[in-house]
Design a protein around this ligand. Structure first.
Ligand code: ATP
Ligand code: MG
Length: 296
């Protein structure tokens, strides 16, 4: 079992903008340009050119069927592709730096200060035999060099910031004592501990029941508004993306088949596959997420 500080990719940065999307020409916090990902063993290209730019405080969604390459795309941006996969074309820039030019230790340093991630299975990123708060404190000590007492204090504040009701109590608990929703909040707390400018949420709410999912989505929206955190939201659920994202990419079989402002893609899809996804989701009440939003 690896530890949180190894798993959670985090960082330290000034906060600059709000989330209203009105900030002109800010340098992207993350830019993918025609990113291709291949399996070296089979010599097969799996992801055939994904491009997007993420401005501070903005949110981009990636939707599409299982196996379409959403997670591989995220893992490429985090520099944690599975062993025999690599980026075989295109480039990935984090805050203006092409990550392919970095040595492993430079990459570790940059990653620690720019980009964080949460995935579907929070329990597997936490050590079951260490109190969850201590694991966040460890991240703070390792990445920010905080002293034990400061790190503890800050960890409790983070648990409060992710709206855990009794952060002091949760600090001292073990994973088995927490629900899935609470564990995901703990992971989000750890991921934002050193203030990354980008958070990748890959199916982060998929395993949660509907009410808890809505609470976590609200939390992400709040963090975005309050801190200017930029989001990459991966979900098979269009309603999740509709709720959080300015822009959406629709992927199918490693190809981005459609992209654009969330509202226009969801209201006026151009690609048959997007229409299919939307039809599948109408029964879950996608409209209710679209209705209250201003045009984007
Ligand atoms: N660790 C791995 N080993 C082997 N093949 C993999 C691995 N991870 C992904 N793949 C393959 O790469 C392709 C894209 O996978 P990826 O996990 O990116 O899909 P996804 O869009 O995230 O799907 P899902 O919605 O199910 O999470 C799939 O065909 C998958 O089988
Ligand atoms: Mg996936």
């Amino acid at each position: 079992m690896t530890t949180l500080s190894q798993n959670i990719v985090t960082r330290h940065a000034e906060r600059t903008v709000t989330a209203d999307g009105a900030v002109p020409a800010a340098e992207p916090v993350l830019a993918l340009r025609d990113v291709r990902i291949s399996d070296r063993v089979t010599d097969r290209e799996i992801v055939h050119g994904v491009s997007f730019e993420l401005a501070p405080g903005n949110a981009v969604g990636i939707v599409g069927e299982s196996g379409s390459g959403k997670t591989l795309t995220c893992r490429a941006a985090l520099g944690i592709l599975p062993p025999h996969f690599d980026v075989s074309g295109g480039s990935i820039e984090i805050a203006g730096t092409d990550i392919a030019t970095l040595t492993p230790s430079q990459w570790t340093g940059l990653r620690g200060s720019t980009i964080g991630a949460v995935f579907q299975d929070p329990a597997s990123y936490l050590n079951p035999s260490i109190r969850v708060g201590a694991q966040i404190a460890e991240v703070l000590r390792a990445k920010l060099g905080l002293k034990r007492r400061e790190a503890r204090h800050r960890a409790v504040e983070l648990l409060r910031a992710v709206r855990l009701r009794d952060p002091e109590l949760v600090y001292g608990q073990y994973t088995y004592e927490l629900s899935g929703g609470m564990l995901q909040r703990v992971l989000i707390a750890a991921a934002i501990a050193v203030e990354p400018r980008t958070l990748i949420a890959d199916e982060a709410t998929t395993a949660l029941d509907v009410t808890v999912q809505a609470e976590i989505l609200d939390l992400l929206a709040e963090l975005r508004e309050r801190t200017g955190l930029a989001l990459v939201v991966v979900s098979h659920d269009l309603a999740v993306v509709a709720q959080l994202c300015d822009e959406v990419l629709v992927m199918r079989q490693g190809v981005v088949v459609e992209r654009g402002p969330t509202r226009s893609v969801l209201h006026d899809p151009q690609h048959a596959y997007t229409r299919l996804l939307i039809d599948e989701h109408h029964q879950y009440g996608l409209e209710k997420f679209l209705a209250p939003k201003e045009s984007s």
